[in-house]
Design a protein around this ligand. Structure first.
Ligand code: MV4
Length: 496
């Protein structure tokens, strides 16, 4: 194992990695920008190095500064976390050139999976299902029209270098194809410096399900099952769970998707932790989309259900150790749900809400795991992603996990800034969520349901109030439920 590792990230994931290093007996080096000088990761790490000004382009994205900090501190390896430089092949190469181990896959695997068309081609060669579409970029309008006609409308234009929905356009008829190609291509050029776009058949209201894999540098590879990530807002995941409700109803699907994931990862000579994203349609057909060559934000739900520590395995694999967990050793027990707690205002289009956390009271107790990057008194900077913490729960069944999440959410108080915390309580009470009827359209439908139900709820409340007044029962004040929104809001306003 390494003696010292540098953590090239910030926020909750830097804390997660520093904790893993401490448990492994490895000295940790945190890095920080001027805005993160007093961050929780810096407080918890053994050593810390300043990278420079707050903008990520001058700190967390500076390959030269990070490699230099690792060398000055004598770190033998760098963990990139997620985001920032985690899927940057040049960073992996720069580490190697400096004699530092990059805790992740090879630069070649990062590069190959960075191209969505190359990843599709690889998946097809590996015999894994992909969404019907083109293997290479569109080269002429005539070819595009012919392909779209063969696929059948609606089709989806995607950026070859893309991901995250940028450069993506739905096209419903041939007349819209030419302007859509122009739009998608210029958006892709701006975002990825590569204007290539390709065509896929549009999958309607799919589930977004991903498979976690773990491979060592000795040719062993296993999958750790799925994470259901359909609940997203603008390509930002909000709730993740394991198992996916669809797998609970159809257990063979996990094995078939796991096999497909392993075939693709093996074809890329992949090692370390990786995630393969799939779409699953209403008939439970699944299609490979892309591979993320890093640790994912939502990895805790997999850890809770499999009992495996993904970050510990990342460290061991990077240090050259062999996987000792065989596929038949992997067992999935119970149900885990994760809510991403963001510093954003759910009443105002989820705009970021940075500022000082004036009071913080965190949930705990049976089956609760909080991966947080904040503490009371800390000021959430506006320079980065507003993820504050991930609240994850485990319970023997999905229903029990939902109840546990509701309980944990009521214990969670964050004052001074706006957060999306209360919004999760509403989803946990949603009948469609309970039924496990999830798709990437879930949140839009949820907001639409909420809009139409709100006036009804108000009318109900007025009717109840009228009935209560008509009865003229005195001294009815104690009927307020202890976990009502009123009480919670009151508590929080007292804490402000
Ligand atoms: C799709 C799709 C439907 N059909 N591809 C969005 C991000 C990108 N990585 C892939 N995405 C999608 N690709 C076909 N052929 C629907 C989406 C999609 C989506 C995927 C995963 C999670 C959320 C999503 C929200 C909207 C659209």
């Amino acid at each position: 194992m390494f003696r010292k590792v540098l953590v090239a990230n910030r926020g909750e994931i830097a804390v997660r990695i520093v904790r893993a290093l401490r448990e492994a007996g490895v000295v940790s080096v945190a890095v920080y920008s001027d805005a993160d000088r007093a961050s929780l990761a810096v407080l918890l790490a053994d050593e810390a190095a300043c990278l420079g000004p707050a903008p990520a382009s001058e700190s967390y994205l500076r390959i030269d500064k990070i490699v230099d900090a690792a060398q000055r501190h004598g770190a033998e390896a760098i963990h990139p976390g997620y985001g920032f430089l985690s899927e940057n092949a040049e960073f992996a190469e720069a580490c190697e050139a400096a004699g530092i181990v990059f805790i992740g896959p090879s630069a070649a695997a990062i590069r190959q999976m960075g191209s969505k068309t190359a990843a599709r081609t690889l998946a097809i060669a590996a015999g894994a299902p992909v969404v019907p579409g083109t293997e290479s970029a569109i080269d002429s309008l005539a070819n595009a029209k012919e392909t779209a006609r063969t696929l059948g409308y609606p089709v989806l234009l995607k950026a070859a270098a893309g991901g995250g929905g940028k450069g993506m356009r739905r096209v419903d008829r041939e007349a819209d194809l030419e302007p859509a190609i122009r739009d998608a291509s210029s958006e892709a050029l701006r975002a990825f410096q590569n204007g290539e776009v390709y065509l896929e058949k549009l999958v309607l209201e799919p589930r977004h399900i991903e498979i976690q894999v773990l491979g060592d540098r000795h040719g062993h590879m296993i999958h750790l099952g799925e994470r259901e990530c359909s609940i997203q807002r603008r390509h930002q995941k909000v709730i993740e769970e394991c198992p996916s409700p669809v797998m609970t109803d159809h257990p063979d699907l996990r094995q078939r998707m796991g096999d497909a994931a392993l075939r693709i990862a093996r074809a890329a000579n992949y090692y370390n932790a990786g995630t393969l994203e799939f779409l699953v349609d209403r008939d439970r057909n699944f299609y490979f989309l892309e591979m993320n060559t890093r640790l994912q934000v939502e990895h805790p739900v997999t850890e809770l259900v499999t009992g495996l520590d993904l970050v510990q395995w990342q460290l061991r694999i990077a240090a050259g150790e062999a996987l000792t967990v065989r596929q038949e050793d992997v067992r999935w027990s119970g149900s885990a749900i994760e809510c991403r707690i963001y510093a954003e205002d759910p009443d105002h289009q989820f705009l970021p809400s940075p500022g000082q956390i004036t009071r913080l009271s965190e949930p705990s107790g049976p089956g609760v795991r909080l991966d947080s990057g904040v503490y009371e008194g800390w000021t959430v900077p506006l320079d980065y992603d507003p993820l504050l913490a991930k609240l994850a729960v485990w319970a023997p069944t999905r229903e029990a996990a939902i109840e546990r999440m509701k309980r944990a959410l009521t214990e969670y108080t964050i004052a001074g800034i706006r957060t999306n915390r209360a919004f999760f309580g509403e989803i946990m009470d949603d009948a469609e969520f309970h039924a496990g009827r999830l798709s990437t359209a879930f949140l839009d439908e949820f907001f639409a349901r909420r809009k139409t139900h709100e006036p009804a709820l108000e009318a109900e409340a007025v009717a109840a109030l009228a009935a209560a007044l008509a009865q003229r029962k005195p001294n009815n004040a104690s009927s307020t439920a202890p976990t009502s929104q009123w009480l919670q809001t009151g508590r929080e306003s007292l804490l402000r």
